[in-house]
Design a protein around this ligand. Sequence first.
Ligand code: PSU
Ligand code: MN
Length: 306
Amino acid sequence: MPAKTPPLVLSPRVAAAKAAGAPLVALESTIVTHGMPHPQNFRTALAVEAAVRAAGAEPATIAVLDGVLRIGLEEDELAALAEAAGVLKLSRADLAFAVAFGRTGSTTVAATMIAARAAGISVFATGGIGGVHRGGASSLDVSADLEELARTDVIVVSAGAKAILDIGLTLEYLETKGVPVVAYGSDELPAFWSRESGHKAPLRLDRAEEIARFQKARADLGIDGGMLVANPLSAEHAIPRSTIEGWIDRALADATAAGVVGKAVTPFLLGRIVELSDGRSLEANIALIEANAKLAGEIAVALATR
Ligand code: PSU
Ligand code: MN
């Protein structure tokens, strides 16, 4: 059988950037459909694309629309996705399900990595990755994002793992799987809404060029798999750990009481924490994803100019 090209469709802007060899940054869409309320989700999606462009790279927001894996969305498509109901939250397990049956779904970190890799995009910006949930040692609630980082060659720029998780176990898992975890400009791993996690970062780098250099050395050695870059959000927007922990505990108790399981857990917790914090967590989330998009753009530019 002849080799089959992956069934994905590049937007005209992304196709032009690729043809010109310009730096590209993949962006996920689950943060839009399941991570933030409307209309902040749409405004943030546009701001994040603008941040990538300001850094000199072309953004490619990824989603499955009516069964088509799309790499780069038009503004009206993004607007529709931001208010659509019943959008699937797609990971490695069900990305192909949406394609096979003509469904519309947003891509998580895991699914966006798969799509980015297939489209030849090596840098991706998100908010916070999924990881090992608290109690994960017995519930086995471990995000597919971690396994994807272990196997797919994409640099994921995040603010660390979401603080709702067990950060220590998440780090152990990534170490076991050989995923480099690089804190940007910090000795400590950030924890999404907070600059501090209580965990020392396995690796620290201070410049986008250094991250590109590290990735190049990995590739030269034939080391495959992803890399996790953890970018602490600005002190101005950060929420102290002690403050956020109270809201997390409340949200976790509410999730248990409501019997929330599986894929619904993370969206439930994020939404509940927005309520409990009176929108403060949302402001931090918006700020951190914009900052991650900017850094991802800089890394993509550095990789392209090496
Ligand atoms: N970052 C955010 N908000 C989000 C996410 C990331 O700021 O909603 C999404 C990503 O798509 C990530 C997902 O892959 O949360 C994790 O979901 P789970 O824990 O169910 O694997
Ligand atoms: Mn899960």
